[in-house]
Design a protein around this ligand. Structure first.
Ligand SMILES: Nc1ncnc2c1ncn2[C@@H]1O[C@H](COP(=O)(O)OP(=O)(O)OP(=O)(O)O)[C@@H](O)[C@H]1O
Ligand SMILES: [Mg+2]
Length: 590
């Protein structure tokens, strides 16, 4: 559904109630704001009435004492108004920020629990928007929407009432102008709505254009696209400017018109007010004329803005609806297991495992194999054969369709997720690093892992020297996604991360990208060290790794086609031999 259609929907009270339920822990603030809104309305009409009183009573009688008293009261009232306005603004915003703080934590916790299938299907950009921009909109329900509308309506009602009470004839004149302003406002808002749709479209165009060019700067430079991109950018930028100028244009028309009708109103009030006085109809009520100036402002100003505020409210509700949709999504991994094992030996068994990422598209067909305690198993096969999928299943990133996966003879679903994952360390094909120091990327902020432990571990697997040579050593900040490091270096850091966690089962998804001989050497050395004395599964792309394995599982199209060690499989002259000849012969000769 498009944003505009969503806004167009009728006001959803159920949703509104659900948003307001989040104010429950802040009931005190809620009522304070509501209460102050009433005071604001009272103060807003108090001053104009006081002005009327001064002109009508103190002026004709030349009563300086009364005048001084009334002026002091007015000063007091204005001070009260300032304090009320301040309290109102601060606490309405505080309420909004408090609500979204709670809501954001809830949303993030929810996201942390989602299973991988959820993230496969969702766009990261959209989820980021939910957690950041949409939250801000929800906050605006409180800071700029609901309470401001209530306060404005209260002021307008109070103002209208005061007008009728003190001079109903003049009040009627004012009310007669109101429709003009209402119609003008309405037309303006409709035009602005259309203009803003265009602005939003152009802003998002500009966003994605700049973002994509920045991310793909290498391609732009490589293919000499600079001139073409400059021209494209110029066009998009111009459209963006034109879209904004349209809104500026509407603003420039509307506000003078609104001001003009206000002035016409003042003119009419003065005219008829003076006529009333001349006609002796209400001698001595010059004060009302002045009072009306203030009250009219009280009435007309909110009138122009109230639709905007309703818009803010609606936008907040749309955002809330989107956030609640995520909160209501049930996409968690069942964590019903009860087994918590301190000590896992690391025997792995896949029994007739069938699995597909999406329904009706099986990726692994009836897979069965065993890995004995302490064994190193290499899995080889063509790209897309299902190798990485196997490790996705072992730590329960995804749930299998049928069959069983056992660790130490116990079904992995019988372990608690926490216990299961604490015994398995995985080095993924694409290493992900947080924008943080190397030390923090290895300990993952676990306080139990000291720098000394990390350094000792680094020495053991032979990467200490390479890390020490980086500027700042273990304190080197790798920046976003580890872009400050080469892919080989990133792998080595992931190795260290796995090694430090001292798992019973180690899984290594070797990177397919080629790396320099030096890093290659380091990786081989580190691999040998970290697979020592523990069950390891290596999804191997390098001959050296494969040859060292106790057992090789050869996969093709989601099935195991051969199993055995390097010599046996070569002798067999089957799929592995073909693979070896096609991929690794050259490597061995070289
Ligand atoms: N998250 C996913 N959602 C849907 N399908 C997926 C997903 N990940 C992998 N696949 C599909 O599953 C199949 C097996 O993929 P897998 O990543 O296990 O291959 P692989 O053997 O590790 O290949 P490579 O050697 O290139 O890493 C592929 O056909 C792939 O398209
Ligand atoms: Mg893979």
């Amino acid at each position: 559904m498009s944003k505009e259609k969503e806004i167009g929907k009728a006001f959803d009270f159920k949703l509104f109630k659900r948003v307001f339920a989040y104010t429950k822990p802040y009931r005190g603030i809620f009522w304070l704001v509501a209460f102050v809104a009433i005071f604001l309305a009272a103060f807003a009409i108090f001053t104009p009435i006081l002005v009327r009183e001064i002109i009508n009573t103190a002026l004709p009688t030349s009563n300086i004492e009364l005048l001084t008293l009334l002026v002091w009261i007015m000063v007091g009232a204005l001070l009260g108004q300032v304090i009320c306005q301040l309290t109102f603004n601060y606490y309405a915003n505080l309420l909004g920020e408090s609500v979204i703080k709670d809501l954001r934590v809830r949303l993030f916790n929810k996201m942390l629990g989602f299973k991988m299938t959820y993230f496969d299907k969702s766009s990261i950009g959209v989820l980021v928007t939910r957690a950041v921009a949409d939250m801000q909109r929800i906050g605006e329900i409180f800071s700029q929407g609901f309470f401001v509308i209530v306060a404005d309506i209260l002021k307008m009602v109070a103002g209208a009432l005061a007008m009728v009470l003190f001079n109903w004839k003049l009040a009627l004149i004012v009310f007669a102008i109101m429709p003009v302003i209402i119609v003008a406002t309405r037309l303006f808002q409709q035009a602005m709505k259309v203009a803003f749709i265009e602005v939003r479209a152009q802003v998002s165009n500009l966003n994605s254009f700049v973002q994509e060019r920045l991310a793909g700067m290498k391609i732009v430079h490589l293919f000499n696209r600079e001139e073409i991109e400059k021209e494209k950018f110029r066009v998009i930028n111009e459209k963006h400017q034109n879209a904004w100028l349209k809104t500026v244009w509407y603003n420039s028309i509307f506000f003078p018109i609104a001001e003009m009708s206000y002035s016409i109103g003042i003119g009419l009030v003065v005219y008829f007010g003076v006529i009333q006085n001349i006609d002796n109809e209400m001698i001595g009520d010059t004060g009302s004329i002045f009072m009306f100036f203030f009250l009219m402002d009280l009435l007309f100003r909110p009138l122009r803005q109230i639709a905007d505020k309703f818009n803010t409210l609606q936008m907040g509700m749309v955002a809330a609806n989107r956030v609640f949709t995520i909160l209501d999504t049930d996409s968690h991994i069942l964590d019903n297991g009860t087994v918590v094992k301190e000590d896992v030996k690391g025997a792995i068994e896949f029994k007739n495992v069938r699995f597909g990422y999406v329904q009706d598209e099986e990726v692994l067909h009836n897979l069965s194999f065993q890995v004995a305690v302490g064994e190193t198993v290499a899995i080889v096969g063509a790209t897309g054969a299902g190798k990485s999928t196997i490790i996705n299943l072992l730590n329960r990133f995804y749930e299998i369709n049928s069959g069983q996966i056992l660790i130490d003879g116990i079904d992995i679903t019988d372990y608690t997720l926490r216990s299961l994952r604490s015994h398995i360390a995985i080095v993924l094909q694409d290493v992900f690093l947080f924008a943080d120091t190397i030390a923090n990327n290895i300990s993952l902020k676990d306080k139990k892992v000291s720098l000394a432990t990390i350094e000792a571990a680094a020495k053991e697997i032979g990467v200490h020297e390479f890390i020490s040579r980086l500027p700042g050593g273990f304190e080197y900040n790798v920046k976003e996604r580890g872009t400050m490091l080469s892919s080989g270096q990133r792998q080595l850091i992931a190795f260290l991360r796995a090694y430090v966690s001292n798992p019973s089962i180690l899984i290594l998804d070797e990177a397919t990208s080629s790396i320099d001989t030096y890093s290659e050497q380091l990786i081989q050395q580190a691999t040998a060290k970290i697979t020592e004395n523990r069950t390891s599964i290596i999804i191997a792309h390098r001959l050296a790794t494969i040859k060292k394995a106790d057992k090789i599982i050869v996969m093709d199209a989601g099935e195991i086609v051969e199993m055995g060690n390097h010599k046996e499989l070569l002798a067999k002259g089957g799929y592995y031999r073909d693979l070896y000849e096609a991929q690794f012969m050259a490597e061995e000769v070289a």
